[in-house]
Every structure is written in C-alpha cells, then in structure tokens.
Write a protein that binds this ligand. Structure first.
Ligand code: CDP
Length: 795
C-alpha cells in the first residue's frame, strides 16, 4: 500500500474549487438579510444632514403616531440605560445616538422600530430635529489651527482636537544620517479617504428571549467573539447568555470589524420589545457612515549617499480619524503598523512621528484590506523610493536592488524594530522585470517620448507584516491576538473543523480542509468547516489583516497534529506494536519493520469510538490555540506600464505583472483570486474612487455614480507569477498571508507609472484617485496636484 496522492485528496498545493461557491452561485447563501424570525420587527436609522451642529431639540411625537411604529429611540433614551455612548476598539468613546451634538454628516441621531422597514423609514422622516450649525473641520490642518472648535467637548480634559502624538525609531541616529547625506529627497502626499464598500452592507438581527434570558444576534461581523465580549461589557449582559452568529458575509474588507451604533440599537430594541429586531443598513448609510479607511497626510524625507545607498528616513504622518477614534488596531502602536514602512529596505536609521486628530467626518482609519495602517506605509514607501531614485538620477530597479534586505541578511531587524525572517526580494524583482520586458520598455519609452507619446513604468516592491499576534505585542482592548481551531473526527473518519476566524469570501471552508488533508490524509471533501458562531466555534479574534492563514490556519495544522498524535496511539493498539514502532505516511500508520502492515486514519477514527485501548479517553477530538512567534512577511513586486494622453489626462494600463511570494500556497487558485481581487481594488483606488468632503463637511462623492466599483470592463488584465516561494520559517506549514498584499502594494505601482510618464516635467505627486482632470492639470501646468479636502462641492 502506498501513501496517498496529496493533490488528489485536496491537500496542500491543490487548486481545489471553492466548496462554498456551491451555495453562492446557486443563490443559496445565507446572509443576515436572508434570515427572517417569527415576529420580527425592522429598524431604520435617522442620520444627521449636518457635519457639526448642536442638537437643540428632537421631537419624535409624529413618528410615534404612525401606525405600525413600535419604538422610537433617541440618545436621551439610550442615556437612561447608559448606552448613549459606547467604548471604541481604540480606547475612545463613540456616540451611539447623538445627545449633545452631531459630529459628522450621516451620524446616527434616532432609530425607529416598526412592522416593516418602509414604515420605519417614513417615521424617521417624521422626526423633527432642531440643529444649531457649528464651524466644521475636515482636515488635520484645520483641526490644530488656533481657535479651532473642539469637536469632542464631551470628553473631559480634551482641550483641542489632537488624539495622540506618537513617535517611534531612533531620532538621534536619524539626525546623524541626515548630517552625513549627500542628498536629501523629499515627498509629501495625501492618501485619500476610501471606503471598502462590500456588496453586502452592515446589518444585525437581535433576538432577546426573556424566557431563557438568551440574546442571539445574527450580524455581519468579521470578529464575532470580540463582539460578544463587547456586548457583555457594554450592555452588561452575562457573556454565556450572548450568542453572536455571523452567517455568510458578502465581503468585509475591514468594514465589518468595528462595532456600529446600529448593532447596539437593534440589541436594545429587542430587549425592550422582547421581539427580534432587524437592521439592514442601506447603501448610502454604509457609504457615508461606516468604516472609512486611510485619510493620512504623509510627509517624509530620505537621506541618500551619492551612490544610491539610503542612510536614513524621516516620516511624519497626520491621520484624520473623523469624529471618533474607533478603528481597531493594536493600540500601543497608535497608528496601526505605519512603522512597517521601509521594512524591505536595509536602512540604518529611521524616525517616525504621528499625530492623530479629530474632524467632522465619519470615523475613519479602518484597515481596509490591510493590516491596520500598512497600506499607507507601503504606498508612501514606494512613492518615496521612486522620488529618491529620480532625484539621484538612478535606475528605479537598480536603486531598489541596491537597498533591499539581502537573502543572506535574514533574520533582519528593521529600524522600527520588526523582525523579518525570510524573503528573496531581488529574485522577485528580477522575475517581474523580465516579465514586463524592462529594458525593452525603457528603450520604447525613450523613443515614444521623442514623438510626444507619454509612456510610464511604475514599480512597487514591498513586504508587509501579516498575522497579528504574537500575543506579547498585539492586543485589541487588552484581548491578546491569537487564534484557534477545533477538530472533531467522527467515527467514520469524516470531520468537522471550527476556527475562531471568519471567512467573508476568502474561501476558508475550502483551504482549512486542505490543511487537515495535508496533516491527516483525510480527503478535504470529508472535512466540513464552520466559522462564525460563538456558541460552537472556539474563541478567536476573527478575520482581518490577512491574519487567518498565519494564525487560524496554523492552529488548524496544530490541532490536526494533536489528532494525529492520538491516532498514532490508536494505530499502535490496532497493530499490536509499541507506539515507537509506528511510522506515519499521508493517511496511514504502518509498522516500521513491516510497512505492509498498516491502518488508515479512518480505521483509527473508528477505533477511537469502538476499540480504544484500556484507559484511553474515547473520541478523536481536540482544540488548539495558536500564538504565533512572529508575524509573517510576504513579499511582492508589482510592475505596471501605462500610456498617458497629455490632451485629456486619460491613462491606460498597457501591462501589469505581479510576483507574489506568500510562502507555501495552500490553494494556488484561491491565492491567484486573492491577488487579482487585490490588484483590482488597487487599480480602483489609484484611478477612480473619489470620495471627499467640502468645507461644510458634506461627503462629496458619496454615491456609486462617483465612488466607482470597477467591473471586468474597466479592469486591466494582470499577469501573475508564482515561481518565488520562500516558506515562512515559523509557520507550521510554511504559509504567509496573501489576502491584502495586492491591495496594499498595488496602488503605488499605478501612481508611479503615471508620474514616470510625466518624467522631466518636475511633477512629483498627484494625489489619488488619478482622475483624468488631475493628470491633465499636472501634465499641462507641470505642477503637483493635491486631492486633500476641503474640495469645492462642484469638483
Ligand atoms: O485573513 P484572510 O483570510 O483575509 O487572508 P489570508 O490568510 O491571506 O487568506 C486568504 C485566502 O488565501 C484563504 O482562503 C487562505 O487559506 C488562502 N491562502 C493560501 O491558499 N495560501 C497562502 N499561503 C495564504 C493564503
């Protein structure tokens, strides 16, 4: 008997079709809005039309009079239950329903619960709110200006609008590096606000059962256990009486990590009315009030030696967090992992200062397909690298290669303290350059320039930290960042696996089963994967920041190994030899001295319930909690070529190549899907997604006519390369995260390509999105173009 063929059983490396798609493509998914409970009521939210205004009065009497209305909630009513404000995941507070002031356009002011959502919506319109407008702040410059209105006057000891001032790195060493520099290169830019815009908006159905005292909440959350803990702490309900179920999720991208007022109001309404209450956010509500990302002003300089060696880097960031500091992040870092910037480069000294401020905008800073703030960090890094190479008059690829951390230098400590453990950066770059035809393109570009055609090439090479924890350094609200897996192998060798992660389209149901197949030889199709129900799944921190494979995926491998260890004992019993004489090959234990004598993993499973040795606990089940020793560090090289039309500013992608090294690929097809999706989002951010604020705090572009979701029609083709594989040395199966790499590293490649096309004009920066009018302005007037708010409403 020979070992199983791993690919045939759907193990590691198999491009297995996604099992979850069986239900999704048949329209049989089970999303929050698909759930209808007996006696269910519907909730709608009244939002503020103004960005900053004192609430003089709220008259709800007309709303109460509308037939079919069961409850009208206001901040004042919430306050009687100590629920007008809630704590955020960043140790701030956020208004659930406004009491004193509204602080951003779209803020939640009141809720109506009615027989159906239409009645509830009509009743919201019948609520009369008397606002007294206040001066508005829409950027950090205004936030710290003298005499600026204090947005968070609800907070004791909050004199101005600054949330934090933070620094990290070696200031003195960096100052010395700049003293020794032959050249200092500078860059300033704004990474604009963007919105994850999952196809499914946020929503919840709270169902409080007075008879059992149990609260069940179906909701669109990427982190159900964190929500359970938050509900226990905020609503002061006993944790074992709270069940959070996150059913199928139609995309999350970070939008579904925070706790939103709608969740809290639906829970309170269900408790008060003793009936299930459903809240499904509409598209406009989602787009203007939840889960904004980025909005960071970056200002940096690089100390350079004439030969191209980078001696040091200084970065200052101003982060606009909106009215409440509510993004989830490993709190001690203040601005997420912004200091992962320049990790791929061997830079002796670096210093970063960061200031966070409030503004009259919806809470921002969620990690949209990114590990906290790495998207901004990598974008700035790669834009700065291009600017520095240009200032030196050096070739873009050669400058990167010269400064990369070299293969032989791992493990490498970055100047901000991260430990990089593996990578082949130069090889990735070489594969990318060859694929794009670098030398030939440069010749073609020079020729085209003579004829007035503007061709450009942009490179983005980056490594990002994926997989928070370890628990020593990473926590959210003090809850350590680890993850978990629970595996139950049934009598017939079929199994159910549950993890503390929560898939939102990434394909965990497919890939986790592949890890079990790899570790145990149980065919992947015999393993069903369940996530998202806090009554059944082991405690975990959820899915965001591409942490699932690095942490929960590792837990899946570890729990499988625990099962294998017990199965070995069962095999020894069945084979009547001592455990030391038993060898393992995929799917089977055999006697070392007689390889033909063996038992399959399925036979061991049967024995665990029917023929276990004396004294052995029956069953074949276990749980593993995994606390990673380090983050994983995937690497990517993205290269784009473009042609810019100087007459119109329109730019077209000619070619894009992507070389991603995410270590061992569990499912190569899913990995490619993740990369393509990420590159599509990167292209959208770079080219078309426009959402900003005018001087009155009105959210401009807050509709899907302006904030464009790219379809297959606009999206360029991508050429993917998978030949560089550097296994993660500490991950049990050598995998690194991949989910967000392309969305993180991609935008700089597009912008660099357009700036390169304008080479020689002195244009250093055009803020995203690179809309044709901005590119035209830069190409025509040879000047940088800022996209920072406030904009004119007609822009
Ligand atoms: O946390 P999230 O699921 O968003 O991101 P991820 O861990 O990077 O995984 C995204 C998807 O790619 C999952 O289905 C993973 O199992 C899969 N993947 C893989 O097949 N091989 C890798 N080395 C990394 C991820």
């Amino acid at each position: 008997m020979s070992a199983l063929d791993e690919i045939k059983i759907g193990g590691l490396g198999a491009s297995r079709k996604r099992v979850e798609d069986n239900r999704f493509i048949r329209g049989k998914g089970n999303y929050t809005d698909d759930i209808a409970l007996p006696g269910m009521l519907h909730m709608e939210i009244l939002r503020s039309p103004l960005a900053h205004a004192r609430i003089k009065s709220i008259d709800t009497s007309k709303a109460w009079d509308i037939p079919g209305v069961h409850l009208v909630l206001t901040g004042e009513m919430m306050a009687t239950r100590n629920l007008a404000w809630m704590p955020t995941l960043s140790y701030d507070t956020q208004a659930v329903l406004a009491t004193d002031k509204v602080r951003f356009q779209g803020q939640e002011v009141a809720c109506v619960i009615a027989d159906d959502p239409y009645i509830a919506k009509d009743a919201c319109e019948a609520i009369d709110v008397d606002y007294e407008p206040l001066p508005v702040i829409v950027n950090p410059r205004q936030a710290v200006a003298e005499g600026a209105p204090v947005i968070r006057d609800d907070k004791e000891n909050q004199a101005g609008n600054v949330i934090y001032d933070w620094e990290v790195g070696d200031k003195a060493g960096t100052d010395r590096a700049f003293e020794q520099a032959d050249l200092v290169s500078k860059l300033q830019l704004h990474y604009p606000r963007s919105h994850p815009s999952p196809i499914e908006c946020c929503g919840s159905i709270a169902d409080f059962n007075r008879a059992t005292s149990k609260l069940t909440v179906y909701m669109t959350t990427q982190a159900p256990h964190i929500i359970r803990a938050a509900v226990a702490l905020v609503a002061e309900l006993p944790e074992h009486m709270i069940r959070i179920i996150s059913p199928d999720i139609g995309g999350g991208f970070g939008n579904k990590v925070p706790v939103y007022p709608g969740y809290v109001c639906s829970i309170l309404a269900s408790i008060l009315l003793e009936r299930p209450v459903k809240w499904i956010e509409d598209k406009s509500g989602n787009l203007i009030s939840t889960g904004f990302a980025r909005d960071v002003y970056l200002d940096g300089e690089m100390a350079l030696r004439r030969d191209g060696k980078i001696l040091g880097v200084r970065i200052h960031t101003d982060a606009d967090h909106g009215a409440f500091f509510s993004d989830a992040q490993p709190s001690k870092f203040k601005i997420g992992l912004m200091h992962s910037a320049f990790a791929a480069y061997d830079i002796p000294a670096a210093h970063l200062t960061a200031r966070g401020t409030y503004s009259n905008k919806a809470p921002g800073g969620v990690a949209y397909r990114c590990s906290f703030r790495v998207t901004e960090a990598m974008f700035f890094q790669e834009r700065m690298i291009q600017a520095a190479a240009d200032d030196l008059g050096m070739d873009q690829a050669a400058f990167r290669r010269m400064n990369f951390v070299r293969d032989e230098d791992f493990p490498h400590r970055t100047p901000f303290g991260f430990l990089l453990d593996s990578g082949q950066y130069a090889k990735c770059l070489d594969v990318g350059l060859k694929a794009v035809g670098y030398e030939e393109f440069r010749r073609e570009q020079a020729e085209a320039r003579k004829r007035g055609r503007l061709l450009g090439l942009g490179i983005s090479t980056m490594t990002e930290p994926l997989g928070a924890g370890n628990s020593r350094e990473y926590d959210i609200l003090g809850i350590k960042m680890f993850d978990s897996a629970d595996l139950k192998v049934h009598m017939t060798g079929k199994a159910i696996l549950r993890t503390g992660a929560k898939t939102q389209g990434q394909g965990h149901e497919t890939t986790w089963a592949q890890i079990v197949a790899h570790e145990l030889g149980i065919p992947a199709e015999d393993v069903v994967v369940e996530e998202g129900d806090t009554d059944t799944a082991p405690f975990g921190m959820g899915t965001y920041a591409s942490r699932s494979t690095p942490v929960a995926g590792a837990a899946v491998a570890m729990v499988s190994r625990k099962i294998r260890a017990k199965a070995r004992k069962l095999a020894a019993h069945l084979l009547e030899v001592s455990e030391e004489d038993v060898e393992w090959e995929l799917g089977r234990f055999y006697v070392r001295s007689a390889p033909d004598r063996g038992v399959t993993i399925q036979e061991c499973a049967m024995a665990a319930y029917s023929n276990m040795p004396d004294g052995m606990e029956p069953g074949l089940e276990n749980t593993a909690y995994y606390d990673p020793p380090n983050l994983t560090w995937p690497f990517a090289c993205y290269i784009v070529t473009v042609e810019v039309d100087p007459q119109t500013g329109v730019w077209d992608v000619l070619k894009m190549v992507a070389v991603d090294d995410c270590g061992v690929r569990i499912n190569p097809m899913i990995v490619e899907g993740q990369i393509m999706g990420g590159l599509t989002e990167a292209y959208a951010m770079a080219s078309m997604q426009f959402i900003t604020f005018d001087a009155d705090g009105n959210c401009v572009g807050s509709n899907y006519m302006d904030y464009l979701l790219p379809s297959a029609w606009e999206t360029p083709g991508f050429e993917l390369h998978s030949e560089v594989v550097t296994p993660c040395p500490h991950h049990p199966i050598g995998a690194k995260g991949i989910g967000e790499c392309a969305a993180v590293g991609g935008p700089a490649a597009f912008v660099n390509a357009v700036i390169d096309a304008l080479g020689g004009t002195g244009v250093r920066n055009i803020d995203m999105p690179l809309l044709p009018d901005r590119v035209w302005e830069a190409a025509t007037y040879h000047r940088d173009v800022s996209g920072a708010p406030p904009v004119r409403a007609d822009d």
